[in-house]
Write a protein that binds this ligand. Structure first.
Ligand code: PMP
Length: 403
């Protein structure tokens, strides 16, 4: 991988922040956007901005074709059997809410649904709301201090009452890569459906959704070099057929009368209203960009980066890393004894270094470790060891100033 060439694709990486070269290490929150993706957004608005699926005119047909080609790119990238199993959404949060809403009519009082202890709030709250609506019970798959799920406890929680299991593929707060193959097969053995939140995994590894045999998988484009406000829900055809529509409106109907409305076929049944057309198209361009570099090359490069960063950071006295799973990627969550993470983040910003501080929308994890939050440095394939050196020096300086 020619990192210097890759970095030139990202205009933002050459800007300065507070008089210093930007060191962007908040990739788990959102990734940066290569010129190729920016160009695809510009060319849409320059050349063929129009509403899709409903116009006979040329612009509308061009926009429809580009949007549907993007759906096929996504289908191919994740090895999805049918393009109508790809539902465009505004991102992972929307995707999970769509499924949680759909299960309202499929669950009854006493049914059990299992969620892992290391979820983002968007993979917790919609299920709590579902439990309130249905009387189903939410049970938690515990984790240990390394930030790994306790798989024996998970197996013990599974029973004939278990209807669904939810887990992230990669934890945004700890970087743990969860053993989703085992989770999916154990859940299927008791007849439960599985939703995997792939928001944090998709930028770093290619999930083969047919091989995984997962029922639902969610992705946000903005974490993988695409724009904000667009993502997908993958659902197996049989599940998407069973679930009722989430929102009513234009695009999602077959026929509307005041007596009775019938719904469109997949994927349109779940795509009410005018979507983020340009965003969907640009998501396709982002996947082209990543695939040109190669997801395997990206994973290998990032593995080296995180090993280097872990080693360098641990050399700082008093620094503790949360999440030391054997299988992890691209996230280092840490604190320095006696210093609030927010204070470290503020000093790092003064030095041009962007990290995230706080609970990372995963408060239960912070409660588990009995901490208010962490400093999170999260890496992408366009980061370098030199940037990690700048981070390490910055953390040392923050420690000196604050201790
Ligand atoms: N799940 C995980 C693991 C995430 O990291 C995020 C984003 N931080 C989300 C869900 C929510 O994604 P979005 O805000 O794009 O809907």
């Amino acid at each position: 991988m020619d990192i210097q060439k890759i970095r030139k694709d990202f205009p933002i990486l050459s800007r300065e922040v507070n008089g210093r070269p930007l060191v962007y290490l908040d990739n788990a929150a959102t990734s940066q956007t290569p010129q190729q993706v920016i160009d695809s957004i510009v060319s849409y608005y320059h050349g063929y901005n129009a509403n899709i699926h409903r116009g006979v005119h040329t612009l509308s047909q061009e926009a429809t074709d580009a949007y549907e080609i993007a759906r096929e790119k996504i289908q191919k990238h994740f090895n999805i059997a049918k393009s109508h199993e790809v539902i465009f959404t505004s991102g992972t949060t929307h995707s999970i809410n769509l499924v949680a809403n759909g299960f309202t009519s499929l669950l009854k009082e006493g049914d059990e649904i299992l969620v892992s202890a290391m979820e983002h709030h968007s993979n917790i709250v919609p299920w709590q709301m579902l439990c309130e609506r249905t009387g189903a019970v939410l049970k938690v798959i515990p984790m240990d201090h390394k930030g790994e799920l306790e798989m024996d406890a998970f197996r013990a929680l599974l029973s004939e009452q278990t209807r669904m299991v939810f887990c992230n593929h990669v934890s945004n707060a700890l970087g743990t890569i969860n053993p989703i193959e085992e989770i999916i097969s154990a859940a299927h053995a008791v007849g439960a459906a599985v939703l995997i939140d792939g928001a944090q995994a998709a930028p770093h590894m290619k999930a083969d959704l047919q091989e995984l045999d997962v029922d639902f998988y969610t992705v946000s484009a903005h974490k993988m070099c695409g724009p904000t406000g667009v993502g997908i829900l993958y659902g197996k055809e049989e599940w998407l057929t069973k679930l009722p529509p989430y929102q009513g409106g234009g695009e999602m109907i077959a026929e509307v009368t005041f007596e009775k409305t019938t719904y469109a076929d997949l994927p349109h049944k779940f795509e009410a209203g005018t979507p983020n057309i340009c965003g969907g198209i640009a998501f396709g361009t982002a996947l082209d960009y990543l695939n040109e570099i190669g997801m395997e090359a990206i994973a290998n490069y990032e593995d080296n980066l995180i090993s280097y960063a872990t080693e360098q950071l641990l050399a700082i006295e008093g620094l503790k890393i949360y999440g030391t799973a054997d299988n992890k990627t691209s996230v280092i969550s840490f604190n320095i004894e006696g210093i609030h993470p927010y204070d470290i983040g503020t000093i790092l910003d003064k030095l041009g270094i962007a990290v995230r501080t706080g609970h990372h929308c995963a408060q239960p994890i912070m409660d588990f470790y009995k901490i208010p939050g962490t400093v999170r440095a999260s890496f992408s394939f366009y980061n370098t060891e030199e940037e990690i050196d700048v981070l390490v020096e910055g953390v040392k300086k923050a420690k000196q100033m604050l201790a």
